[in-house]
Design a protein around this ligand. Sequence first.
Ligand SMILES: [Zn+2]
Length: 102
Amino acid sequence: MAAEYGDEIDLESDDRKRGGRGAGGAGGKRGFSRRKICRFCADKQVQIDYKDPQTLKYFITDRGKIVPRRISGNCAKHQRKVSLGIKRARMIALMPFAVTGK
Ligand SMILES: [Zn+2]
């Protein structure tokens, strides 16, 4: 019985030190990562800011709802920050409360 044991543990994340912050907005379309890891834990440079809808919009659906944690893969701490940020961003009209169909 050769049971293949394929556990994907992602403890060892490659810490990119000296990451120059002169990235300059790399707007890639592939923001869809397969592995369930909190992108804010993985990339410490990404800040959750309610004034930054570019980051927050990854965590709402096309209807304007907040994506649940099991889908987004965020950890509890960061999901809280994301949802708080989205709610704040809604207040100052940076993000939609709901997107109704046409
Ligand atoms: Zn996290």
